[in-house]
Write a protein that binds this ligand. Structure first.
Ligand SMILES: Cc1ncc(COP(=O)(O)O)c(C=O)c1O
Length: 494
């Protein structure tokens, strides 16, 4: 029996209309066959194995999902679904899961609100902006970077996004599938998930060591780079989320040296670059990258803070040094162009706010408050013997790690409400890692909502907290609850 048609239809002879010719050609071909069934036709038009992979019960004729989709998860918001179930049962939730200063009652100063509201009254503010972002804003940022005295850029080296989250997913999506960016573990999961999803594989990591102030294991990094020719770049988060570590210059310089020796680029997420305290300073990538190709990422979500603005940008460094890197940057620009552009009003505010003499004063005051909270948390949690605890110096998170062997699957916390107890027992039946069990019990017993550290691309057992609570009494209450819960949980089944 004849099988269906495969391959292109013949070209129409000169002077014949293509559409009519095509219809006739199809009719003739079908008549030549003994009327194949619908599924036989499908089998010839689609890759056979793909077709066979679909079960009889599938409605869709084609698999929709990419292999990489299983890498996409964001526990920072997943945990909210569980907390909301408990809230509906009457439990008061203390939100320690998300890095949103506004949600934790940080007040945006009036002068910033006035700038935003004046812009909102101007009709021009409502238009699209150029795909790369507003020229005036890019000029302002290029000038700020050039003033640092390191690598020099022009406004053409800057591209705006709808939040840095948008930049992160766009950048990894433009990488060839076998090309890998090695990143830290633990890691802010938007990076590790997007990189892993693009590669259809698990994330490739170098470890930040809690027993060494969360500094990176550079020997491991170099070995992984050396023996894996697919690694094309190193990701650095400075200051780091989720650990609150700020890189010493000597570490950054060694990482750039590795990049230079093995012909890699550097991607550096600097969204917390203006948020340091306890005497720390975050060295900007522009000042130590030398002639290595690199991308710096930044945004206003944390700097103002205005996370709801969805406004971030990238700066390309040394694109003239390597044509492959330059082509990659152009592809990222084109990906944004296809999308049209990013949000206009937040970009308009940048020179007006970051260029205002009141801005550094405002940021300094916020940083001092974060530093004080960091000290208070140290006071409460630093001498629990079952934990690795490191003081923080930047961003507004801390990662608290249980020492090896401390957690087991028999530990629990007393919960009076039977409905809440039965929910948590169900959740802990099948957890991906023991720190989820602790986090669920902590949530159900105390209402404190933190995020398991194993969800940050890490084999460590622990949890991430934020340093954002503006109300000092509430802060003290929450962290005392956490400390007491750790002690009770560990003691419940040693
Ligand atoms: C390290 C890091 N990069 C990027 C982002 C995303 O920022 P945006 O709000 O600009 O999407 C965050 C948000 O928490 C972050 O912590």
């Amino acid at each position: 029996m004849a099988t269906g048609v495969a391959g292109p239809l013949p070209c129409p002879p000169p002077g014949r209309r293509a559409d009519r010719f095509a219809v006739k050609a199809v009719r003739a071909t079908v008549e030549l066959q003994q009327k194949p069934t619908f599924s036989q036709n499908l089998l010839t038009r689609f890759n056979k194995t793909e077709f066979e992979n679909l079960s009889e019960t599938n409605i869709m004729r084609k698999r929709l999902l990419t292999e990489g989709a299983k890498e996409l998860s964001y526990e920072i918001r997943e945990i909210v679904k569980k907390a909301n179930q408990l809230k509906a049962l009457g439990l008061k939730i203390h939100w320690e899961n998300i890095g949103d200063p506004i949600q934790k009652h940080c007040q945006v100063p009036e002068w910033i609100k006035e700038i935003v509201s004046d812009l909102a009254k101007n009709n021009d503010s409502y238009s699209y902006c150029p795909s790369k972002g507003l020229l005036k804003t890019r000029e302002f940022i290029a000038n700020e970077t050039n003033k640092l005295g390191g690598v020099q850029i022009t406004p053409e080296d800057i591209l705006f996004f709808n939040g840095l989250g948008d930049a992160i997913s766009t950048i990894y999506s433009q990488l060839s599938m076998t090309t890998r960016i090695i990143g830290p573990s633990p890691a802010y999961s938007t990076h590790s998930s997007a990189e892993a999803a693009h590669a259809h594989s698990s994330p490739l990591v170098y470890h930040l060591r809690p027993e060494n102030h969360w500094l990176p294991d550079l020997e491991e990094l170099e070995n992984k780079v050396k023996y894996n020719p697919n690694v094309a770049g190193i990701l650095i988060l400075n200051p780091d989320n989720p650990t609150g570590m700020v890189y010493p210059l000597e570490y950054l310089e060694k990482m750039v040296k590795i990049a230079k020796d093995y012909k890699l680029c550097i991607i550096c997420d600097e969204i917390y670059s203006k948020i340091t305290y306890n005497g720390a300073h975050a060295h900007p990538l522009a000042t130590y990258i030398g002639d290595v190709p690199g991308i710096s990422m930044n945004g206003i979500s944390k700097q103002y803070p205005w996370p709801g603005a969805r406004c971030g940008w990238v700066e390309y460094y040394n694109r003239d040094k390597d044509p492959e890197f330059d082509a990659f940057c152009r592809a990222i620009d084109n990906a944004k162009m296809i999308e049209v552009c990013s949000t206009t009003i937040p970009q308009l505010t940048i020179p007006m706010i970051l260029g205002d003499p009141r801005y550094p004063v405002h940021r300094q005051a916020l940083n001092e408050r974060i530093g004080r909270r960091s000290a208070l948390i140290n006071e409460i949690l630093s001498d629990v013997p079952e934990l690795y605890f490191n003081p923080t110096y930047g961003a507004f998170y801390n990662t608290i790690v249980f020492k090896p062997g401390v957690l087991n699957n028999r530990q629990s916390l007393p919960i009076e409400d039977p409905k809440i107890r039965s929910l948590v027992e169900k959740w802990t039946e099948n957890v991906p890692s023991l720190d989820y069990r602790f986090v669920y019990y902590l949530l159900a017993a105390t209402g404190v909502c933190v995020v398991p550290i194993s969800s940050f691309c890490s084999e460590l057992q622990g949890f991430r907290i934020t340093l954002l609570e503006e109300d000092e009494d509430e802060l003290r209450l929450v962290f005392t609850k956490i400390r007491d819960a750790i002690k009770a949980y560990v003691a419940s089944a040693n």
